[in-house]
Each structure stands twice: as C-alpha cells, then as structure tokens.
Design a protein around this ligand. Structure first.
Ligand code: NAD
Length: 264
C-alpha cells in the first residue's frame, strides 16, 4: 500500500485527487488549512516547517508520492500568492525529498498552471527572483505593478518558477538518481472555489471570461485522473515533463510556439 502526501487536499483538485487515491487503496496524508491530517498554513515559514515535520512523522520517513497542490489565485493579494504557490510548494518538495528517496521508487506531481504560458508580459526578473528566493526583488516588482493585477503576475510567475524548479531538479542525482520521478501538471480553467474567486471579482471576472477554452471548462476529477496516472508506475519514463491539460487554451493562444526549435 502506498502513502502519498497531498497539499490542498481539502478542496477542488486536491480533494478529487485524494478521493481517487483512496478509492484505489492508497493512504493519503492531506495537508491543508483545515479538514486534513496535517493542519498547517503554508504561507508562513513556521507553517511550512510544521507541515514538513508532521508529514515526516506521519509517514515514518518514507513516502511513495507527493502532490504539492495547495494554491491561491487572483484576487488574493500578490504577496500571499507568492508565499503559498512558490514557497509553500518548495518547502514540501525540499523537505519531503528524503522520505521520497527512502521509498526507492517515488512519484511527485507538482500542480502548475497554464498561466505559465498564457499570462501576458510576465517579467523574466520576477520569475528569476522566485528561483533565487529573493523576496525583496519579488516584493519590489509586485509593488511596482500594483494591485489588483499584480495578483495575476504573482500567480503566473510563481507557477512558472516552481515549474522551472521542478524541471531543473527532476533530472538530477538527488531526484531521478534517487528513483524519484518529478513532473508537473499544468491545468487550465477548472471549476473550483479558486476559479470562482476570480469569476466573482469585478476586475478579474471579465478577464477570466475571455479565456478561449475549446472544450469548455474542466472538472477537478478530470485533472485528478491525470495526477493519479502521473503517480502510477506506468508513468515512470516521465521525468521533468510539464503536462498541459487545459481544454485547448494554450493551443489556441500559443499554437505554433511549441515544440520550439533549437539551434546548437
Ligand atoms: P481550491 O481553492 O479548490 O483548493 C486549494 C486548496 O489549497 C484549498 O483546500 C485551500 O485551503 C488550500 N490552501 C490555500 N492556501 C493554503 C495555505 N496557506 N496553507 C495550506 N493550504 C492552503 O483550488 P484548486 O483550483 O483545486 O487549486 C489546486 C491547485 O490547482 C492550485 O495550486 C491551483 O493554483 C492549481 N490550478 C487551478 C486551476 C483552476 O482553474 N482551478 C488552474 C490551474 C492550476
């Protein structure tokens, strides 16, 4: 029987993932603000440390899988988005890696987003500041952009940075070399409380409504099905992959951008 930690397990995509894993016989250690085995606030350093410590204790130092899925989005303030979406995921990835390595063959699915490729005018310096954990620069860029739209910059940049972090690390001795497969799912618009928060906002609602989605919006269960597959032994050849499951939004807006050609 596998033991898999899922952050954001109390709602939306995380809750659907939890349910599918449990139906298949896995033990889930949920990490969330409430209604989870590990109650922790991933927006603070203390909360992140407590989440890691308690998860390690509950799994007895051995984890077969991890889904860092806790997240917040616009119109939540930009600084909080940065702390939860980037630093919250990073703490779980780094802090739980030894337990994943101890399992021998483990799988990790980070929840990213198609906001990585579809947020216009994302400053490269902001993504770089996340990757170098330079909070002063993150704050300066987000403050300069100003509310409310610095929330979407923070969302897109935090998701881009955590996706790049996963690709950089997935291929290393510490991850692939320890039998840990680290991949990213990039969902598009999925009907959850997070998306409803944007829909209901006077600034973000009209923008969200303009996103082209050839299939219409997705459900949490559709994304959870991909996550459970990406956690399964069948996906062991995937390493550092970013899987877009977004109803075609990226294909509409960035049709010919990938695959991108490469000059050596
Ligand atoms: P959701 O709001 O239904 O679930 C998010 C969960 O994260 C909640 O249970 C919430 O309590 C938890 N969480 C938030 N802040 C936290 C904190 N500080 N500490 C601990 N837990 C915290 O949203 P969802 O749409 O299911 O989001 C899941 C993931 O999917 C997020 O990372 C989100 O960015 C990503 N995503 C969602 C969409 C979408 O359209 N819904 C699209 C792309 C990516």
């Amino acid at each position: 029987m596998r033991t898999i930690a899922v952050s954001g397990s109390a709602s939306g995509i995380g809750a659907a993932t939890r349910q599918m894993l449990e139906q298949a016989g896995d033990t889930v250690i949920g990490i969330d603000l409430a209604n989870a085995e590990v109650i922790a606030d991933l927006s603070s350093a203390e909360g992140r440390a407590a989440a890691v410590a308690e998860t390690l204790e509950r799994c007895d130092g051995r984890l077969d899988g991890l889904v860092p899925g806790a997240g917040v989005g616009p119109p939540v303030p930009a600084g909080l988005i940065a702390e939860v979406n980037y630093f919250g995921s990073l703490a779980l990835l780094e802090g739980l890696r030894p337990a994943l390595a101890a399992a021998g063959e483990a799988q990790v699915v980070q929840i990213g987003s198609n906001s990585t490729t579809l947020t216009p005018n994302l400053p490269d310096e902001l993504v770089a500041a996340f990757l170098s954990e330079d909070r002063d620069t993150i704050t300066a860029i987000l403050d300069q952009a100003g509310p409310p739209f610095n929330s979407s910059l923070s969302y897109g940049a935090s998701k881009t940075a955590i996706t790049r972090w996963c690709r950089r690390n997935a291929i290393t001795d510490d991850w692939a070399g320890q039998g840990i497969r680290l991949n990213v799912i990039a969902p598009g618009a999925v009907q959850t409380p997070l998306l409803k928060g944007g829909d209901d906002d006077p600034d973000f609602g009209p923008l969200t409504a303009q996103l082209p989605i050839p299939t219409g919006r997705g459900t949490p269960e559709q994304i959870a099905s991909w996550i459970t597959f990406m956690l399964s032994p069948a996906s062991r050849f995937a390493c550092g992959s970013v899987v877009f499951v977004d109803g075609g939004s990226d294909a509409v807006i960035r049709t010919d951008d990938w695959p991108r050609t490469f000059t050596f």
